[in-house]
Design a protein around this ligand. Structure first.
Ligand SMILES: [Zn+2]
Length: 262
């Protein structure tokens, strides 16, 4: 199965293309900014991995934005993002292909979960390391505790290019927004981009600390009542907090290079 999904071969009637609305323009800028935030944080994997965002609109939200395959996250900008439908067909002309593995995973979640407006997936070293552990993610840290009972697991089946994996992946995810793709990496989704980011960031920090703690010595366990208390107090993060966090990181990106807005 090829990884490259070729763009715009106009099987679609151009007259049926979805018009570029102000809402989509805003979504493009926000998503492109998120790619640059990931680059700032070192959450990149050459030209691989994906962040996708539904295009807001009054009708059925069957279109999402995803990165053009072949570009590093530091090269992604608003106009270069590819808008595709749930069959992976670009809804307007684009010179860029998309990555099939990314499409299969992200389309499955956007299709199955109405609230999954944003989906993020990474291959960070500590995230992949935790995904390889039999016991999975530890909840015995400040960040891990906030995710207690919040994390789904999906077994590795290959490079997620087969459409028949979609149903199994979605069934494993259920309603949980933090997902360990076993032997593979991390995934999070949210009702908006800052919310998904906060979930993924919390999981990433938990993985970093888990790997560092395991290298240093035995880990002190947290009792169940403390985990429950932690989830009640801190997770999931409030929408306002998520927005503040993402805005602060975007300011860092803007200070370095606002070119993602183009
Ligand atoms: Zn992956």
């Amino acid at each position: 199965m090829p990884l490259l999904m070729n763009p715009p071969t106009p099987e679609r009637d151009p007259a049926a293309d979805i018009a570029l609305t102000d809402a989509e323009r805003a979504a493009r800028v926000q998503l492109a900014g998120c790619y640059r935030v990931f680059d700032l944080l070192g959450w990149t994997e050459m030209i691989f991995n994906h962040i996708s965002l539904r295009v807001p609109g009054p009708g059925p939200e069957s279109v999402f934005l995803i990165n053009p395959f072949g570009l590093h996250y530091s090269e992604v900008s608003a106009s270069k993002l590819v808008a595709v439908d749930l069959q992976g067909r670009p809804v307007r002309p684009t010179p860029y292909p998309i990555n099939r593995a990314g499409f299969v995973t992200h389309a499955a979640i956007h299709r199955a979960l109405p609230q999954a407006h944003c989906v993020m997936h990474t291959h960070t070293t500590s995230g992949c390391a935790v995904a390889c552990l039999e016991a999975g993610l530890s909840h015995d840290s400040f960040y891990g505790a906030q995710l207690s009972g919040q994390v789904a697991y999906h077994d590795f089946e290959g490079v997620t290019v087969n459409l028949d994996e979609q149903a199994r992946m979605v069934a494993d995810i259920g309603a949980k927004r933090a997902v360990v793709l076993r032997n593979h990496g991390l995934l999070a989704w949210g009702h908006d981009l800052p919310n998904a980011f906060m979930t993924l960031w919390t999981m990433q920090r938990a993985c970093d600390i888990q790997i560092a703690a395991a290298a240093a010595g035995p880990t002190r366990r947290l009792p169940a009542q403390v985990l429950a208390q932690c989830v009640a107090e801190a997770g999931p993060a409030e929408a306002g907090v998520c927005a503040l966090v993402f805005a602060a990181l975007l300011r860092q990106v803007d200070a370095r290079d606002p070119g993602y807005r183009d």
